[in-house]
Design a protein around this ligand. Sequence first.
Ligand code: BDP
Length: 711
Amino acid sequence: MKYTVYLFLLFLLPLLLFAEDGSRLWLRYKPLTGMQKEKGNTFSSIVKDERSATLDIASGELSSAWKELTGKDISSATLQDGSIVIGTTKSKNIRSLLTGKELKDLTDDGFIIRSVKKGNRNYTVITSAEERGILYGVFHFLRLVQTDSFSDNLNIVENPKYKVRILNHWDNLDRTIERGYAGYSLWKWDELPNTLSPRYDAYARANASIGINATVLNNVNATPEILTGAYLAKVKALADVFRPYGLKVYLAVNFSSPKELGGLSDSDPLNPAVNKWWNNKVKDIYKLIPDFGGFLVKANSEGLPGPQDYGRTHADGANMLADALKPYGGIVMWRAFVYNPSNEDRAKQAYSEFTPLDGQFRDNVIIQIKNGPVDFQPREPFSPLFGALRDTQEMVEFQITQEYLGFSNHLVYLSPMFKETLDSDTYSDGEGPTIAKITDGTLRSGKVTAISAVANIGEDTNWCGHHFAQANWYAFGRLAWNHRLTSEQIADEWIKMTFSNNKDFMNPVKDMMLSSRETTVDYMMPLGLHHIFAFGHHYGPEPWGDVPGARPDWMPWYYHNADSTGLGFDRTMSGSNAVSQYFPPLNNIYNDIALCPENLLLWFHHVPWDYRLKDGKTLWDGLCYKYDTGVRQVRAYQKLWDRMEEYVDGQRFREIQSKLRVQARDAVWWKDACLLYFQTFSKRPVPYDIERPVHELEDLKKIKLEMKHHN
Ligand code: BDP
């Protein structure tokens, strides 16, 4: 027995410790070499004259990173040539090194990193008005080192674009995760509050490293149970771990909680007893968690309860909760993801419901709107609610977890997709009001600015299921901090930190990442097609899907409308008129088949099979070539990745290689399924230079994956 333990320690432990299993995310501090190492060696100590848990984390991160980077111990706190001086703008050291005027440039969690010369000594100063800003500054500084871009002449001022940069976990209390593809939930509810997994710290640290300062712990399809005393004690335990990392906890709440938990006769927002119940509940929460962030609410959506159950409006519901949270500085993120089985086009419903309520929400309510009008499809136009709500605060909800993008099997870098939304011009006030500018407070003077995304994080060793899916968590954080960064800059940073600085690796891998979203659109739903997924789990193709008795707006035919004349959803003025929800000139552009961007063609138009696309191909041929391009691109990624073997550790190389094989098989599955099915309507041949289908339609129709989920 002893001998085995000895053997384990001798051989296996070192292997486990240094295994490249992806658990370290982008926080790797590879030893510096050459010039970089020389530069690294000029740093000598870490100095702080304030005490706090956050500052300890910041200095701890710096000193352990420096050991790994240079082998040098810089933990001594003596002020000397080469010191890194960290502190808030109130710190004496900082005040002696920077002028008050310089410090005025900072807002919120922003930070300054500056090389300062005093006498014959050089210092590097990292400061912020908020403690967590120091942490962001430290991680930024380390990022510069990791990406080969640091110097002893730094002069950086960074302020975040959004105040609240928040992850939404769709984690259930039984630890399953709705639309989660990286294992069970990180939150071990049964062990909390007494046992704290080391991953809670690791999670908070990773978020701090990219500036994420908020997290909703539980699923928007919330159960009242989360608000029981027992669960709140568990939530408090997590909040206590996260606090020094600057990460605030929020909860998704079920609108019926007063009735379900409190035993009240209803949960009507205008019932004083209901108000009182919420006021007391909020008071209890703040007693446990003084910096609690607030509530996220999905109400009257997909069967969940809400104010409309009592004939009240979304504003009535949101305001009641907002009033309860107001004394403590909490906010309500009220979701606009609402639609009912009705005759109105699903894509129009959120706008129809929320625009009449504009101006009626409290100043601590912000409406959380999915990027597109339907539901996180591979490509949607932006939601027309952005810009349309003029006197109501609005925030974007993205989805990092790849519910509609191949789960954690497909390599899809989402930054280009996030940016497509943020950079969209809504034309709400003439030209220029992009969604970024509307939501970040540049154009609208809201008190709260926020941006959110549904997390892709689970218990898997590599956190996200696919090593490349880590890049999407990273990209969301970076864009929430600064939406002006390009997808290329973000990919560049991430690749260097996660894998390698070598140009022969970086450049091809970056190209692959940058094209991957478009590739996925091509093999899944090109030209504006949407929601032709398999019922329930949304993994594979099921354009033929038709579940008897199910809601039409959960059926693929509702969206693709394939028939003998053509394909696509007519949302023009003569169709559902969804185009009218956009400001001019967009309404006219989308309405006119000749002007409509081709990547949204079938979103807005029912297009004849022989319609000529811009390159002269017919719609049918064009569709075939798009699917084919998607497949060929994935094959190209496989070839590219295989050539990268020498730059990557064995484990990650093989795991990614194997995921790419799945992606290639799935791409062919998508292509064959969609083309063979749509061909039954188009009655046209697949162009002869395209690889022939390798499946039979009837066989594909039989595929039923065992994954449980509604709609
Ligand atoms: C859809 C998901 C569903 C979510 C819903 C939501 O399929 O699981 O509950 O969105 O965002 O995308 O509320």
